[in-house]
Design a protein around this ligand. Structure first.
Ligand code: F6P
Length: 359
């Protein structure tokens, strides 16, 4: 019988509980024992480590769609790989994690994490030697290389779409514009996908160079006098500081375009998990359990061309920062980011959306 630990690290998103529930059920059917590690690596920093047992009562299928993580994602102030390294405590931190993992006598650990957590797990991989490390990619930013899909992205696009759908109605009533700032860090996937879904008038993302004057001309020539300008949080405007949506809003006001700003913020992370994310969660959980059965380690589950299989963490790490975007020479982007050849850019342009100076 194998003993498996699961933990959720980094920011929460919808779909984490679906993965946890599917892993618990799938592992139980295989005759394995599953425990949950609380608060990510934070739960391994105490003696004894903070863990929970699951059963069908604590993890019913109808709760598996709920956002957040039943295992929690850690306190913001807790020591982690990054802060431990910054304060010269990485060795002690790693020793503590190793000690806790030994104590738990795990055969395998499933880490459900984002780009940062998975990269850090690989960089500090000696902690996991002697047990199988299987990662499952989750993030609303969709910035993880070597996989076409990540848990939580689809729900985040849906949340943002619903938020903007509502705003569109009040925008129309008052003949004015909303500048909506999306999450996504340096990756524009969330803004681009939601922008197409709602029929935004403009979408500004970090990967594509844009010109504010051209965007203003585009808005003034638009066939309607209301709409939504989606601004990804990762864009920067030379010579300006502050929230990107506020900067763009001020520029619109200065040119006579009546507008308001709106910030959906963390609501993008907490929607009722969409069917697509639940299905993805079920596929990733199954793939992770098969990887354990096949004695794989240091791998991440991935979906590419509709096929779900594992990729090695070494390949994931190497692919992290490969292709520099020609539009932004200072920024090294991973293959997960919006590339200048992304067909969605042409589709957006065909829809009459200003997407930047793409060509
Ligand atoms: O990486 C997920 C994400 O939601 C980003 O899109 C956003 O920039 C960040 O996390 C917000 O972090 P916090 O929850 O610490 O405010």
């Amino acid at each position: 019988m194998k003993k498996i630990g699961i933990m959720t690290t980094g920011g929460d998103c919808s779909g984490l509980n679906t993965v946890i529930q599917r892993i618990y059920r799938g592992a139980t059917l295989r005759g394995w024992h599953v425990i949950g590690i609380l608060d990510g690596t934070d739960g391994l920093c105490t003696t004894p480590p903070r863990v929970i047992e699951f059963d069908n009562e604590t993890l019913p299928i109808e709760c598996a769609r709920m956002a957040g993580s039943f295992l929690h994602n850690g306190h913001a102030q807790a020591l982690n790989f990054e802060t431990a390294a910054e304060t010269g405590r990485l060795n002690d931190f790693n020793k503590q994690l190793r000690k806790s993992l030994n104590e738990l006598k795990l055969d395998a650990i499933i880490l459900i994490g984002g780009n940062g957590s998975i990269s850090l797990a690989w960089r500090n991989r000696e902690i996991y030697s002697g047990l199988q490390l299987i990662c499952i990619p989750k993030t609303i930013d969709m910035d993880i290389p070597l996989t076409d899909k990540t848990i939580g992205f689809n729900t985040a696009v849906q949340q943002l779409t619903s938020f903007c759908d509502q705003l569109m109605l009040t925008a129309r009533s008052h003949h004015r514009w909303f500048v909506v700032q999306t999450m996504g860090r340096e990756c524009g996937q969330l803004a681009l996908n939601a922008g197409i879904a709602i029929g935004a008038t403009a979408i500004l993302i970090p990967e594509i160079k844009f010109n504010v004057d051209s965007m203003i001309a585009h808005i003034k020539n638009a066939p309607r006098d209301y709409g939504i300008i989606l601004v990804s949080e990762g864009i920067s405007l030379r010579g300006h500081s502050g929230k990107p949506a506020d900067i763009i809003s001020r520029k619109l006001t200065a040119s006579g375009i009546v507008n308001r700003t709106a910030f959906p913020e963390h609501t993008q992370r907490v929607g009722d998990t969409t069917a697509a994310d639940r299905i993805l969660a079920a596929r990733f959980a199954d793939c992770a359990l098969n990887a354990i059965a096949n004695n794989e380690t240091y791998v991440m589950t991935a979906v590419n061309n509709c096929e779900c299989k594992t990729v090695s963490l070494a390949d994931f790490f190497a692919a992290g920062y490969v292709s520099a975007d020609p539009n932004i020479p200072d920024l090294q982007t991973s293959d997960a980011y919006v590339s200048p050849d992304d067909p969605l850019l042409d589709i957006a342009t065909d829809m009459g959306i200003y997407i930047g100076e793409t060509k």
